[in-house]
Design a protein around this ligand. Structure first.
Ligand SMILES: Nc1ncnc2c1ncn2[C@@H]1O[C@H](COP(=O)(O)OP(=O)(O)OP(=O)(O)O)[C@@H](O)[C@H]1O
Length: 105
C-alpha cells in the first residue's frame, strides 16, 4: 500500500539500507555499469541506458535528482510498486539499486 504522509529523509534512507542488507533489494556497484547513454527525464530524475559488466543486454538506470524526503518517498514507493508487479509482461523488470558517487540513488 502507498505510504501516506511524508517522513524524514533518514526514514527512507534506512528503509533502503535495510532492504539492501536483508537482500530484499539487489545492490549493484555503479562502477560496474558502462556505456551510459541518456534516454529521458522525469519529475524526479533522469534515465540512462547502460550495460552491466560484461552482460550484452541493456538496463535502464534511473537516478533520482536529490535525497530530499519527497524524492526519497517517490523512490521507495516506486520500488514497492515494481516489486508488486514484477510478473507483468508490460512492466520492464526491476533488478535492483545502485548509488552514484555523490550518494544519490
Ligand atoms: N525502464 C525504462 N526503459 C526505457 N526507458 C525508460 C525506462 N524508464 C524510463 N524511461 C524513459 O525515461 C523517461 C523518464 O522516466 P521517469 O520514470 O523518470 O519519468 P516519467 O515516469 O516519464 O515521468 P514522471 O516522473 O513525471 O511521472 C521516460 O519517459 C522514458 O522515456
Amino acid at each position: 500500500m502507498e505510504e501516506t504522509g511524508l517522513k524524514e529523509p533518514n526514514y527512507y534512507i534506512n528503509w533502503l539500507e535495510k532492504s539492501i542488507a536483508d537482500e530484499y533489494l539487489n545492490y549493484y556497484e555503479y562502477s560496474e555499469f558502462k556505456n551510459l547513454k541518456p534516454i529521458g527525464n522525469g519529475s524526479f530524475g533522469s534515465v540512462v541506458r547502460a550495460n552491466w559488466k560484461n552482460a550484452g543486454n541493456f538496463f535502464a538506470l534511473k537516478t533520482f535528482k536529490n535525497n530530499c524526503n519527497t524524492t526519497l518517498k517517490e523512490l521507495v514507493n516506486e520500488i514497492r510498486l515494481q516489486k508488486r508487479v514484477d510478473f507483468h509482461e508490460n512492466i520492464i523488470r526491476f533488478y535492483g539499486i545502485t548509488k552514484v558517487e555523490n550518494g544519490k540513488f
